[in-house]
Design a protein around this ligand. Structure first.
Ligand code: PLP
Length: 389
């Protein structure tokens, strides 16, 4: 077996979840998904597709209808991209989930030994993928300031040199809720143009943004870039459309990457499932019936959970402006994994350990607040409060 595979760590989040397996009394907030089922009309689109007999392969890069729909959606959201040119459907690849898009991008861009920089804390898959490819990974940690994780921009830019092949950045961020400002994105993009570094921007939480914004989404590298920039932006149907189990995502890439990416998809999945792609078309065509409601509900969840946590003694966290997580340090907690397992065993509360996302986040816990029933969040806080006493 390849050494990079042998060295893969088990997911710490999974380790905590395993501790609660078969216990219906556990309130689980450990995974990054809502407990609400995908809307009916999206499910129906997949059923109709199967009934029509659409059980065959599609193009490697996805159904042209879906790629067109995605390109139009992205062009509407990012009207300034490419000096106000619409995003061409040829620059879209449909993938089996956002995670597949991320892995494909890393496979396409990174050689063994390449220098890769990632901003952390971050969803562990983003740091595992370059390691699987044998890259030399360096991380630039955000700094917790009064419970809010913030970027030291100068420090990040100083770490990106002409030898750096790829910068990986996820904003809105899982787990911290940190978001990038347009000014920071501009500075990063300009710097990476100078060093020739690729940017892999994980923007799967783009729509889950609670600060006022003209486009109703978080600032994106697409707002500032041109098609030829060394930039791959990754998206997903999972969070905005309640479609985690469907495995459907996409990337926007420079035109020169399209042909190699098609080949690479052939050797990975060949294509995303066709009836799932049909569901994706329905989702995007009626996005206004789903996403604003999902985001408004998530905001209500955030506004219920965060102040309740802030009221607990010794616990400080900033209100996240994006994503679907509250990320906080428990007073006195040293080993997140141990604490998270104890919370499952002793309080029936399932949270993700902070050290799954970066060693510097040891002592922190992540709480996914995407809960259909907001009362569950209050129950969870009551369990945490009792346990802390
Ligand atoms: N990127 C981030 C930061 C995530 O948190 C996730 C899922 O939790 C993904 C990408 C991938 O999502 P999916 O593969 O479900 O599209």
């Amino acid at each position: 077996m390849r050494r990079t595979i042998e060295n893969l760590e088990e997911s710490k989040i999974r380790e905590v979840a395993n501790a609660g397996l078969g216990r219906p009394d556990v309130l689980a907030f450990w995974f990054g998904e809502s407990d609400e089922v995908t809307p009916d009309f999206i499910r129906q689109a997949a059923v109709d597709s199967i009934q029509r007999g659409e059980t065959f392969y599609s193009h490697n890069l996805g159904l042209p209808e879906l790629r067109t729909e995605i390109a139009q959606t992205m062009s509407r959201k990012h009207p300034l991209h490419g000096n106000a040119q619409p995003i061409a459907m040829e620059r879209i690849a449909v993938t089996a989930g956002g995670v597949n898009a991320l892995m494909l991008a890393v496979q396409a861009l990174v050689d063994p030994g390449d220098d890769v920089v990632a901003v952390t804390p971050v969803w562990p898959n983003l740091t595992a993928q370059p390691l699987i490819m044998g890259a030399h990974l360096r991380t630039v940690p955000l700094q917790p300031v009064n419970g809010a994780w913030t970027l030291d921009l100068d420090r990040l830019l100083a770490q990106i040199t002409a030898d750096t092949k790829l910068l990986i950045v996820n904003a809105p961020n899982n787990p911290t809720g940190w978001t990038l400002s347009t000014e920071e994105q501009r500075a990063i993009l300009d710097h990476c143009r100078r060093t020739g570094t690729w940017i892999l921007a994980d923007e799967v939480y783009e729509n889950l943004y609670y600060a006022p914004s003209a486009q109703g989404c978080a600032p994106s590298f697409l707002d500032l870039s041109v098609p030829e920039d060394r930039l791959v932006v990754v998206h997903s149907f999972s969070k905005s459309f309640l479609m985690t189990g469907w495995r459907l995502g996409w990337m926007v890439m420079p035109p020169a990457l399209t042909v190699p990416m098609g080949k690479l998809i052939e050797f990975n999945t060949s294509c995303a499932s066709v009836f799932v792609q049909r569901a994706g078309i329905a989702a995007l065509q009626h996005a206004d019936d789903v996403t604003p409601r999902v985001v408004a509900h998530l905001q209500a969840c955030r506004d219920a959970l965060v102040p309740a946590l802030q009221a607990l003694p010794g616990l400080s966290l900033a209100t996240p402006q994006g994503g679907m997580y509250a990320f906080f340090q428990l007073p006195g907690a040293k080993d997140s994994l141990e604490v998270a397992k104890r919370l499952v065993r002793e309080a029936g509360l399932g949270l993700a350990p902070g050290n799954a996302f970066a060693p510097e986040a040891n002592g922190w816990l992540r709480w996914c607040f995407a809960s259909k029933d907001i009362a569950r969040l209050h129950d969870g806080v009551a369990r945490l409060a009792d346990w802390m006493q």
